[in-house]
Design a protein around this ligand. Sequence first.
Ligand code: BES
Ligand code: ZN
Ligand code: ZN
Length: 482
Amino acid sequence: MEIKINERKIKNSLEIIFVINKNLQHTFNRDKALLKKVGFKGEQDEIFFDPRNDRLYVGASSLSHSDLRSAAAVAARDALKKEHYSSLSLATYTQKKANMTPMQGVLEGLLLGSYNFIVYKSKHKKSSIKKIYVSQKDYSKNAIAKKELQKVIEEATILAEAVNKTRDIVNTPPDDCTPKILADIAKDVALKCGLECKILEQSEIKKEKMGALLAVARASRHDPRVIHLTYKSKNAKKKIILVGKGLTYDSGGLSLKPSDFMTTMKSDKAGGSAIIGIMQAISKLNLPLEVHGFVGAVENMIGGDAYKPDDVLISKNGKTIEVKNTDAEGRLVLADVLTYAQQEVKADYIFDLATLTGACVVALGEYTSGIMGFGDKPKMLLKKASLDSGELSAELPFNRHLVKLLKSETADICNISSSRYGGAITAGLFLSNFIEEKNKNKWCHIDIAGPAFVQHAWAENPYGASGAGVRLMVSLLKNLTR
Ligand code: BES
Ligand code: ZN
Ligand code: ZN
């Protein structure tokens, strides 16, 4: 969908009107009685369609970008079902002292809310709505500058396209998105966005001695890949490493998942897919940074060649790992890719994104990502980015007692904790073993297991992959350039 600035009334357009904080004062005078009559209160995400005037009313609790993003997404989802219209139109909404203009929330919401994954539907009616017209004026006839609005439109479009790209990758079934195919997707994005792209195939991964990653990959008929995307601005102010978990399928391995837990595990590549989306967005935004995106693309399967509980793996950094559960595979893949990334690049910050643990979903719920790390600076950056982007996150604090739970009698460390509690944090602590001493305070781990895959649509997210982490990290990277 294309967004354009337009002041005149458009034929066949559905006007979307936000009712802020249940205040019907700002709706059209002659609609007030009607809205009262139908019992429309303007609660967050409540909608009312008025076919006589071609208006779609939607409630938002405030002018904050996150409330508007959610309301706009709900409105877009509803509007797309209406066959009569060829476009949407809306006024501008402004708020003084906002960390992000309300309009960015509105436009992102429209573009993110109207996403649907139809690749595998043999019969699918396309919506007739193709354009979004935005006025420079609000309903009180205040106007914002054309240039300013143009910039918001551009940014919202770049962000939404990156999120939707990530969603497309994650939603693709596992046999149509093997490690090789994921690497091909990364190459394609690199080509389109002017990124460098280096792909390590099995033989090179062996040369790099990534013993942990290779063990996870062994039972699959699809060889693993390590993807390295580089975005380098001429006036780079900071150097950043991003690492993503790209499990194209996680069956659990020999510690096989029960069937109910195995479905949706195509989404175990969400961290890696987010890295590809982030790299696309920052190159289109031209941020003055140097960013290296690494993805460990692996399939975790069963078979005669599978790695097993009791195996001891030698990771790339030399530490030995006793496998106690082959379903704790993401941390094994990340261990080697984190080691590789730090040897390849000396960075100011290191972030990893991963659908790492069910425990993180238990701890924080399905809507919130878990943030773990030692350094206050990267944690603060994430906290701010969370507020700026509207992606929910919360810290899960490390402590020295949990560290002891990873002790192994046989090897340097176990791949799971000896306790059933605190599993998101012990997974984060496991990863910390593969962060070099000098990088300890530069690193944060982000567990996106909760929000990465959506079972029931919420806010700007329809069913399926959400693209979690993309808006969060792009906000963070943008803030690093200020
Ligand atoms: N990919 C899963 C984590 C996951 C669970 C992601 C639910 C999204 C939704 C991960 O590889 C895994 O299986 N983790 C285990 C760890 C356990 C064996 C210590 C888990 O969370 O149960
Ligand atoms: Zn697993
Ligand atoms: Zn996994």
